[in-house]
Design a protein around this ligand. Structure first.
Ligand code: ZN
Length: 260
């Protein structure tokens, strides 16, 4: 299992990579958002910073890109923007790139939202695959982000894989362990943070209501890949404390890997 941390979407990406490297993380979750918009990303500098610390990277795009918009033109624009990020990920040797769920307003049925997102993925995913990048689907926290709809989207888009954001999966009455189990066949990346079950707080591990011992036991039974500590705090000691706790809990969890 590899532990990573994300860059801040509004801060200097190179400084953030340096902090992540100096503090012994295994990889960087590159938040490719406004301050690092596709036209202004210096891939040479980022590659150099990653190389200096022996870090690998996964790509992450803005959660508000309207891939499921009611308006075709907005969806098409969102896909065009995402294609530019795919090329950046390819250049940086990031083989995974996160795209978030996006749903139309209440005037539209969930089924229509599934179809709008599918239209976007059917253009984006083959383009990404041609460039050596797999798109992973991070569910957000609306009632439409339920198991049934996520399964429909994954079934309709065989080139798309699943990104489990454990904090998001603890909202809207959902149980994150159930979702990890349900989508383990397509799970490629995890975001880890805690909350009170009501608000998307991005708290350090153990400061909300998630049963981490039970969750890690289950996750470790079929997963051994990247976990990003997506903890929002200006005081980074909380991120480092979560890193130590995750490693301890993971190493001490008695679960035996399944044959899957
Ligand atoms: Zn996340």
């Amino acid at each position: 299992m590899k532990i990573g941390h994300h860059t801040h979407p509004r801060k200097n990406i190179i400084n953030d990579i340096r902090w992540i490297g100096e503090n012994g993380f295994d990889f960087v979750d590159l938040f490719l958002e406004p301050e690092s918009d596709a036209a202004h990303i210096d891939t040479a500098k980022i590659s150099d910073a990653l190389g200096r610390f022996g870090l690998s990277a996964v790509g992450h795009t803005a959660w508000y890109l309207p891939i499921g918009s009611e308006m075709r033109e907005l969806r098409e624009n969102a896909v065009d923007i995402l294609k530019r990020y795919v090329l950046i990920c390819a250049e940086l040797k990031c083989t995974l790139m996160t795209v978030h769920a996006n749903w139309p307003s209440g005037l539209f049925k969930a089924e229509e939202g599934v179809n709008f997102q599918t239209e976007s993925f059917q253009t984006l995913c083959p383009f990404a695959a041609d460039n050596g990048v797999t798109i992973i689907y991070e569910s957000i926290a609306t009632p439409k982000d339920n198991k049934e709809n996520i399964r429909k989207i994954l079934d309709l888009n065989p080139l798309l894989d699943f990104h489990a954001d454990i904090g998001h999966l603890n909202l809207s009455g959902r149980n994150p362990i159930e979702y990890l189990t349900a989508f383990k066949d397509r799970l490629r990346h995890v975001h880890l943070h805690d909350n009170d079950g009501l608000r998307d707080l991005h708290l350090p591990m153990g400061t909300g209501i998630i049963d981490w011992d039970a969750l890690i036991k289950e996750l470790k039974s079929f997963y051994d890949s990247t976990i990003t500590l997506e903890i929002f705090s200006n005081d980074k000691d909380y991120v480092l404390l979560s890193k130590r706790k995750l490693r301890e809990k993971w190493d001490n969890s008695g679960s035996v890997r399944s044959s899957q």
